[in-house]
Design a protein around this ligand. Sequence first.
Ligand code: SF4
Ligand code: FES
Length: 258
Amino acid sequence: MSTATVDNNHSAALDAAESTDAHLITVTLRVRRYNPEVSDQASWVDYKLEMDPKERVLDALHKIKWEIDGTLTFRRSCAHGICGSDAMRINGRNRLACKTLLKDINPEKPITVEPIKGLAVLKDLVVDMEPFFQAYRDVMPFLITKGNEPTRERLQSAEDRERFDDTTKCILCAACTSSCPVFWNDGQYFGPAAIVNAHRFIFDSRDEAAEQRLEILNDRDGVWRCRTTFNCTDACPRGIEVTKAIQEVKRALITRRF
Ligand code: SF4
Ligand code: FES
């Protein structure tokens, strides 16, 4: 009885493996490679891979790294769309590699994978995120209150919470900022992600530093540089209405109502 069960399980596993194999397709991943220790020029390298179309671009990158070329360098951590570390340009568009299925990006043609734009490339798909995080730190992304130590939790109505709900979803992947033409031309611009994270506190009824944050964003490199191209909204893997948040910050600067 138990042997039969094992055999049946084994056979089921083999069937599953065979049926999986039957769905494998050949995918060409065209990756922008750059190693400053070898050459100061980046170059495209093609990798032909046998993949299930339901796998993700991140799986294809893992396959290259683990089975073909261990020097391929990219960031990833959670592999489930939460940590924000694997934003890259896939077929010319900013996306998270862990959330992009091969079948959704026409795997019959070479799939291009390159680093996000506007930040210095350190190696292969890894960029220097420091300017991005500096802009984030500059808008003071934390709750600020003045000398009113609470004796109980700070209460907030559902309506007040709703005002900044969308911008709480940010995972700091930089897909928005690095898709913005203003940021490409001038890396001094705070960029959409910093403004999104300022928005999250400016419109929080418990916070008391909205004026300070608005003044920071009133700077020549602040919110007025936005040209409302909507690239940021299109790029955001969390579906945040980034352009709308930027518009709300602009309006708050004019009306001083938040
Ligand atoms: S707003 Fe969206 S695209 Fe921009 S950093 Fe946050 S999650 Fe990424
Ligand atoms: S690896 Fe964490 S978001 Fe993709």
